[in-house]
Ligand binder design. Sequence first.
Ligand SMILES: C[S@@+](CC[C@H](N)C(=O)[O-])C[C@H]1O[C@@H](n2cnc3c(N)ncnc32)[C@H](O)[C@@H]1O
Length: 267
Amino acid sequence: MADSSPPPGIDTTIPQPARFWDYMLGGRDNYPIDQEVGRQVLAIFPDLLDAARADRGFLVRVVRYLVKDAGIRQLLDIGTGLPTANNTHQVAQANAPECRIVYVDNDPMVLVHARALLTSTPEGKTDYLHADVRDPELILDGAANTLDFTQPVALMLLGIMNYILDNAEAHSIVKQLVDALPSGSYLAMSHPTAEVHAEAIKTSIAQYNASGAPPIRTRSREELVQFFDGLDLLEPGVVSCSFWRPDPTDIGVITEVTQYGGLARKT
Ligand SMILES: C[S@@+](CC[C@H](N)C(=O)[O-])C[C@H]1O[C@@H](n2cnc3c(N)ncnc32)[C@H](O)[C@@H]1O
């Protein structure tokens, strides 16, 4: 559990997305209010834990693919979350130490812990921007201090567009960001869906949204595929994060989770 006296600017009376997700991932940077809503949601839908873990597994496999197989050396990770194991820069730089990563989040708690994200290799670079995804222009301007937008960039939007409830706004944000990237760039997205475990996920999201936390929504596979319009969606398309190119060494039966993921290339 985080220290009982929170850092300045941290509101511990309302659950916050990054801290809630940290709780789901077994982290310690969350407060009783986040744990309470976490327990309520898990009581309705215990499999959310699998979805959270599958989402992180997806992140690891996508970043490894991008750096090792696709030659990507620059990543823009928006909606970073609280530092945990296998942060984007760690996975990327383990495969190519010269990788440059810009992290973006709007949660003051992530800002407080951003130091753990700024542990770059000497050959590479990491930076952190405290910004809202609703302001793509500001993000692109800030990221340009670290990333060269004439070279391919992997844009990572994992578990974040579900906070942008309005479809037109969500599409406009993704379009503005993707339009700024040169050909050879990539878009990775993960997003909760109600196409798996429909009733449980709907009830648990209603419970979460009633908690006062910034509300979230689900989207269908068809709706998610639309975010990749104009890009080449890589195999196996938009699928349960756990089904996206699982490691051959993964043990046991891989089950479908309520979090979809996909990766596409800009030509
Ligand atoms: C569910 S967590 C996902 C963390 C990480 N990307 C992952 O997949 O494990 C969502 C993150 O998005 C951030 N977030 C939510 N709305 C945002 C917004 N409008 N602008 C920037 N970040 C936002 C939250 O603070 C949180 O850290």
